[in-house]
Write a protein that binds this ligand. Structure first.
Ligand code: ADP
Length: 429
């Protein structure tokens, strides 16, 4: 029997209440869905903006690197001419300015790679002690210019060979040591490397946790600023940038790299006394020992032979520069202004090596190399080394050069010594 009287009225009230609740929930759900849609849209917009920013930065960096190539190349060529002392000093100033611009562009690119999670670490085997010696030489040179000395040591239980990314590791050490030199007027810089005495637990048996300490006797950092300095664009004060220059990106990048190496970075400092940066990193011990034979082969440097080189480059001033670099060798150089011309010349000539710029009008270096490889295959020719010349600093672009068939790549700005050394190595293969 259906309820009547007061029971029925209560039921009706409860149903109405429930319906109200359902309506409220529906409204809330719709609101949430709306908010979620908004969030998704905002995220997509932010990602697109970040991507555009990254692309723009890559493009600008490309242009700046090409110009720096001209600056540093011209300095190298001028250094080979007779110069008086004043001219040498002017050239040095020129060279430092170009180097500074390059490091600035590199920092901006690294920062953008870290932000986008696109920074890549190599895993290569390298002689660790030699690596520290070379790095220390670079610091000693910098420190010496300010009358400072560098003392450095590597603990005896650190393996002689390790696996990791020596370039990125050197970048972190040089950044910290560069700051140490920059912010110290008197005294010394100390660099020590030892096994990390307090490593976080790990299952890996090949990992070698290391601890690096870089200490100076400089101006120090105020206590209240110690937490901030690892943040992007952070500097102790605006006076710092006026007095010492810099962008405040170095430590943020160092922290990012160290964290990718499975380590941490911290700082201790006393104003007027000095600063001490300590960072840890996990490297690995190599699997198989490198045979002395391989080492010997690597060290061997047989007589340079004269090569017929085809240089494909659209920019007239870079063509001039690179041919001047090659002018002091016994190699014969032919020029092409774009990929299409390079392909024609390659098919008609008998070249030992190709220097292939990547960004060229009419036909770019990727297509030209691909077509060269196809032609070689069709005619049963042994592949000739093709060295890609690129103003890009992006790993994905380096990979693209390999996919297109290039043997190796050189990233602009290209130093004369590196160019000649790479040509030599390619000719020996
Ligand atoms: P930059 O040196 O380009 O400004 P960094 O991120 O490398 O950027 O350093 C951030 C700031 O931290 C510096 O501007 C400086 O104020 C402070 N700093 C870093 N290292 C030292 C040091 N060894 N001594 C004193 N101050 C330092």
């Amino acid at each position: 029997m259906a309820p009547t009287g007061p029971t029925c009225a209560m039921e009706t009230e409860r149903i109405a209440e429930l319906e109200r609740l359902v309506d409220e929930l529906r409204a809330e759900l719709a609101e949430r869905k709306n908010a979620e849609r908004e969030l998704k849209r905002a995220k997509a917009t932010a990602e697109a903006a970040c991507h555009t920013k990254g692309e723009l930065l890559a493009q600008v960096s490309h242009e700046i690197r090409s110009q720096i190539q001209l600056l540093t190349g011209a300095v190298e060529l001028l250094r080979e001419t007779p110069l008086d002392q004043a001219q040498t000093e002017y050239l040095n100033a020129f060279h430092h300015a170009a180097e500074f611009l390059l490091s600035l562009v590199n920092d901006l690119l690294d920062n953008s790679r870290l932000e986008a999670g696109r920074l890549h670490l190599e895993q290569i085997e390298f002689p660790f002690r030699e690596f520290i010696d070379t790095t220390a030489k670079l610091i000693t040179w910098q420190a010496g210019r300010k009358g400072l000395v560098l003392e450095y040591s590597v603990a005896s239980d650190v393996p002689a060979r390790l696996v990791g990314d020596p370039k990125r590791l050197q970048q972190v050490i040089l950044n910290l040591a560069g700051n140490a030199v920059k912010f110290t007027d008197e005294g010394k810089i100390t660099l020590t490397v030892e096994r990390d005495p307090d490593p976080s637990p790990s299952d890996s048996t090949t990992e070698v946790p290391l601890r690096f300490t870089i200490q100076d006797t400089g101006v120090g950092i105020p206590g209240e600023k110690l937490d901030e300095i690892f943040e992007r664009y952070a500097q102790v004060s605006s006076a710092t940038s006026r007095t010492y220059g810099g962008t405040g990106l170095g430590l943020a990048i160092a922290k990012g790299i160290v964290s990718m190496m499975g380590g941490t970075i911290r700082v201790m400092s006393k104003e007027g006394k000095g600063t001490c940066f300590v960072f840890t990193a996990r490297l690995c011990s190599p699997g198989l020992p490198v045979s002395p034979d391989t080492e010997r082969r690597k060290a061997a440097n047989p007589q340079e032979r004269s090569l017929r080189i085809l240089l494909a480059e659209d920019a007239a001033d870079i063509r001039m520069l690179l041919s001047a670099f090659l002018g002091t060798t016994s190699h014969a150089v032919d020029m092409a202004h774009n990929g299409e011309e390079a392909l024609k010349k390659f098919m008609a000539g008998d070249y030992d090596l190709v220097l292939m710029d990547i960004q060229m009008p009419v036909m770019d270096g990727f297509s030209a190399t691909r077509k060269i490889r196809e032609w070689e295959q069709q005619h049963g020719r042994t592949p000739v080394p093709v060295i890609a010349l690129t103003a890009s600093a992006e790993r994905r672009d380096f990979l693209k050069t390999r996919e297109a068939g290039c043997t190796t790549h050189l990233s602009k700005p290209i130093r004369k010594e590196i160019l000649l050394q790479t040509i030599n190595e390619m000719a020996q293969q």
